[in-house]
Design a protein around this ligand. Structure first.
Ligand code: SF4
Length: 269
């Protein structure tokens, strides 16, 4: 499996990534993680919201590279349980380099002044504006300078994720490589792994949550619902995505989003 080294960067093209994906798609998550850490080293980070999937990847990667980089975003609306759990995991993986990103205060202030704290309840476009400002933009800043990132995406989570491969070129984020080691695992596979490794789960799982995010936008699921049904549950016909993992067509949240950025930074942004 080859990759091109330019200065410090490792760059792969579509043909190369296709060949690598073919080789890795049948392999175990640990093998995919080994390949990624070996290929990208410090220019690779785990991006996680501390759900079970991200923890499984962190636990596997820590075995190979204890000083692995871990990026998360404190959106300002996370439940206290998540903030406490992050501290708990920092203690469990003391050598890992945790980077907690925050949204730009001016952008949050401009958004809240204009639309209120809970604008996400108004409409899908308003929800996406909130996700862009509180979560997606801080993550985009964190991805700058990286050649690859690990995600905990699984194919069985939602229709928009059904076709993901274990490694992909992330054309939405500057063509860096997106590594999805758990693509073919189920939630049960992840739970089994964590139990065997005695990794404590985020406490909200015990309360019926199956997908974890901001406190006002996440609830436990009902029996028979999909894992991501507890995210933005009041919306109909909208993707259960914040916009980080796939482009979202919603009829124009971008206009409002750019207006808010203009207010936050002046019209030069
Ligand atoms: S999940 Fe809700 S509160 Fe969090 S960033 Fe998205 S819309 Fe805003």
């Amino acid at each position: 499996m080859s990759a091109t080294q330019t200065d410090d960067r490792v760059v792969l093209d579509d043909l190369e990534i296709g060949e690598i994906a073919n080789e890795l798609d049948d392999q175990e998550p640990e093998d995919v993680i080994d390949w990624a850490l070996d290929t990208f080293g410090d220019r690779l980070a785990i991006v996680t919201s501390f759900q079970a999937d991200g923890l499984a990847i962190l636990d596997m990667a820590y075995e190979v590279k204890p000083d692995v980089r871990v990026i998360t975003v404190d959106t300002g609306r996370l439940p206290q349980e998540t903030l406490d759990y992050i501290e708990q995991m920092q203690a469990r993986y003391p050598l890992a380099r945790f980077d907690i990103e925050h949204p730009d205060e001016r952008e949050v202030e401009a958004m809240v002044d204009r639309h209120g704290l809970d604008l996400f309840r108004e409409s899908v476009p308003m929800r996406l504006v909130c996700c862009q400002i509180r979560k997606v933009r801080p993550l985009l800043n964190a991805l700058e300078g990286l050649d690859a990132w690990f995600t905990g995406l699984r194919r069985d989570q939602w229709a928009s994720r059904a076709a993901i491969r274990k490694v992909e070129l992330d054309h939405d984020h500057d063509g860096i490589v997106k590594v999805n080691p758990l693509a073919d695992w189920s939630a049960d596979d992840v739970a089994e792994y964590l139990e065997e490794r005695e990794v404590p789960l985020h406490p909200l799982y015990a309360q019926g949550f199956t997908s974890l995010g901001c406190a006002p936008c996440t609830r436990p699921i009902q029996q028979g619902e999909d894992d991501r049904a507890g995210r933005w549950w009041w919306e109909t016909n909208a993707p259960k995505e914040c916009g980080m993992h796939c482009p979202i067509e919603t009829g124009g949240f971008e206009h409002e989003f750019h207006a808010i950025l203009g207010e936050a930074h002046g019209d030069d942004d």
